[in-house]
Ligand binder design. Structure first.
Ligand SMILES: [Zn+2]
Ligand SMILES: [Zn+2]
Length: 297
C-alpha cells in the first residue's frame, strides 16, 4: 500500500504542519507566508513598517526558537522595504542562549539580517514566565537603543499571553495583566511590539522546526497555570481570540504606572519582576563567527 504524503492545502507541495483550528495543511513556504502576513497585520496596528527601519528581534530567554522564527517571518514580511532585522542573542556571565551553528548560518544568509550578541549584567535569571517575558522586553529595548534600532519585535505568542494572564490572576497580581494586552509599549524611545500576538505558539514553533531554527534557553520559567491550561486546552492550543478580549477588558480597567525597565504595568516604580531579575546593564557586540567555537554565541 502506498501512503500519499500530505499535501499543502494552498500550493500542493509537501505539507509540514496541520493547523489544528482550521484543519489546513501547510508546506514550509506557505507556513512562513502565513506567519509573515500575521506579523505584518500586527505591526500595522502600531504604525507598520517603514523603509530603512531597523527592528531588533531577540532570541528571547522565554523561547529563543520562537524569536528566530519571528526574525524569519519579519524578514519575509518586510520584503522590498529595506528593513533590517537585527537578531540579538543574549548571554550573561555564566549562561547563554545557545543557537545551533547551522541555524546561525541559515540566519546569516538572510540578506537584511544582522546578528548581535547582547551581554546582560543581571542579578539572576527569572524563574517565572511573566518575569522572563518582562526581562526580555527590558534587555531587548536597551540593546535596540545601543545599536540604533528604533523598534523591537517580541516573539510573544497568543499561547504565552494566555498563560501570563492566568498566572497573574492566580497570583492576584493585577499589574501583571498588562503583559497580556495587545499593546505596544515605548521604553526609552524604543517601540516594543508583540508581533506574534495573533499567532498560536504551536504555529510559531512549527515554523522554527520546519526551517530548522534550533535554540535553547537557560531559563525554564515556571507558569502556575500551565498544567491546568494544557489539561483543558489539550490539542487545541489555538484558543479563540475572545479570551484575549476578556483579558483586554480586565487589564484596561486598571490604569497604572509603568515600569521604566520593561514597560509593563507596575504597582509603583520598577516592577516586582524587574526588581528580582535586577538587570543592571546591557552591552551589544556584532556577532562574528569564530572558527574555534562554531556555536559562537
Ligand atoms: Zn504551500
Ligand atoms: Zn519591569
Amino acid at each position: 500500500m502506498v501512503v500519499e504524503a500530505p499535501r499543502c492545502s494552498v500550493c500542493g507541495r509537501r505539507a509540514v504542519y496541520k493547523r489544528s483550528y482550521s484543519g489546513e495543511l501547510l508546506c514550509e513556504r506557505c507556513l512562513l507566508r502565513s506567519l509573515a502576513r500575521s506579523v505584518k497585520r500586527q505591526a500595522s496596528r502600531s504604525g507598520g513598517f517603514r523603509p530603512r527601519m531597523r527592528v531588533l528581534v531577540p532570541a528571547a530567554l522565554t523561547a529563543p526558537h520562537l524569536g528566530l522564527a519571528l526574525a524569519l517571518a519579519l524578514h519575509e514580511a518586510t520584503r522590498g522595504l529595506d528593513v533590517t532585522v537585527d537578531i540579538a542573542v543574549p548571554a550573561g556571565r555564566e549562561w547563554e542562549v545557545y543557537v545551533h551553528p547551522d541555524s546561525l548560518a541559515r540566519l546569516m544568509k538572510l540578506p537584511r539580517a544582522r546578528l548581535w550578541k547582547a551581554l546582560l549584567r543581571l542579578r539572576r535569571l527569572p524563574s517565572s514566565l511573566r518575569a522572563c517575558l518582562r526581562l526580555d522586553r527590558a534587555w531587548s529595548a536597551a540593546a535596540a537603543r545601543l545599536i540604533g534600532a528604533g523598534a523591537v519585535g517580541l516573539p510573544v505568542t497568543r499561547t504565552t499571553v494566555i498563560l501570563v494572564m492566568l498566572d497573574s490572576l492566580m497570583e492576584g497580581a493585577d499589574w501583571g495583566l498588562s503583559d497580556a494586552l495587545e499593546e505596544s509599549v515605548d521604553i526609552n524611545g524604543v517601540h516594543v511590539a508583540p508581533l506574534l500576538y495573533s499567532v498560536e505558539g504551536e504555529a510559531a514553533a512549527a515554523l522554527a522546526a520546519a526551517w530548522r531554527l534550533y535554540a535553547w534557553s537557560p531559563c525554564k520559567p515556571r507558569s502556575l497555570s500551565a498544567e491546568a491550561f494544557w489539561s483543558v486546552a489539550g490539542r487545541r492550543p489555538e484558543l479563540e481570540f475572545s479570551v484575549q478580549k476578556v483579558v483586554g477588558l480586565l487589564a484596561r480597567g486598571s490604569s497604572r504606572a509603568r515600569c521604566p525597565l520593561c514597560g509593563g504595568a507596575s504597582p509603583g516604580g520598577v516592577c516586582p519582576d524587574c526588581r528580582i531579575s535586577g538587570l543592571e546593564g546591557v552591552e551589544v557586540e556584532e556577532f562574528k563567527p569564530s572558527p574555534g567555537r562554531p556555536g559562537g554565541i
